[in-house]
Design a protein around this ligand. Sequence first.
Ligand code: BMA
Length: 326
Amino acid sequence: MSYEPLFHRYAGNPILTPQKWPYRINTVFNPGATKLKDGTTLLLCRVEDHTGLSHLTVAKSRNGIDNWEIDPTPTMLPDPHNYPEEMWGIEDPRITFVPELDKYVVTYVAYSIEGPGVSLAMTSDFRRFERLGDVMPPENKDAVILPNRVHGRWAMIHRPSTAFGNHIWMSYSPDLIHWGGHVLALPARRGGWWDSDRIGMASPPIETPEGWIMIYHGVRNTASGKIYRLGLALFDRENPDQCLLRGDEWIFGPEERYEVDGEVKNVVFPCGQTIGDDGDTIYLYYGVCDNSIALATGSIKTLLDWLQKNGRPPGDPVGKGASLEA
Ligand code: BMA
């Protein structure tokens, strides 16, 4: 192992597989995660059926590890009749509990015939979903909103793709529907870096007294395909589009057989985490190879220590230490 192991894989991985599903599916992966008020862990899983299109289904567990109760039928199906942007399915949900609304806000990819965009829905019970529709047009993915307003406005992290790259941005809104004030928050690096092809937020950022910890996925294009790994950055608590520190090395990547080989090779892709009762333990839920769901645990304090030791401040607005990355 060439890097400090900040996350520890659960020995019983993968924890959710297509074989364990109550109805016939192809794959289950990339779940959003949250802890309900009664302490139950809820995963909103991306499920792909044999058409190749995805929907979302709830799995719940008392301890967040085993004895998952899975909805017997799809929980949230695409609704292309009312929301044409969902024509080719809905994918990769991320969940934020928003105290001001007393609701969960789910950001997800709506796969339209013009490409993937970001849609938003609100729910109290993960049974009924109130859709707000497409809030970021294609091509855009990997979105989540912060739980509280920032200087009076809602804040969303997202990842537009353009001919100039696939970078992480933050945008602001008075009403969760109209978004502006766009800021480039974290660029993909260039050249030979592990995160040079594209980056996107992984699980929602974790608020700490030192700032927001962002676990992000970074992709490298190799001769045998893309490799999805995870990196760490720290953002200012009051001004969360300002990156304070970014680590150079990836901190987690495909190593185990279930992370290396599957429907899509070499993919670890978290969309959610929960925090343990000690306030420190991170339960990171991640899709593996677009096939199954795995669990790894880490510690907020250890991630912060690692960032203080290994992170470096951004060099300029278009790339940390541009001289190093160019
Ligand atoms: C990304 C997303 C993820 C997927 C990954 C690897 O672009 O579409 O849903 O897990 O590719 O295929």
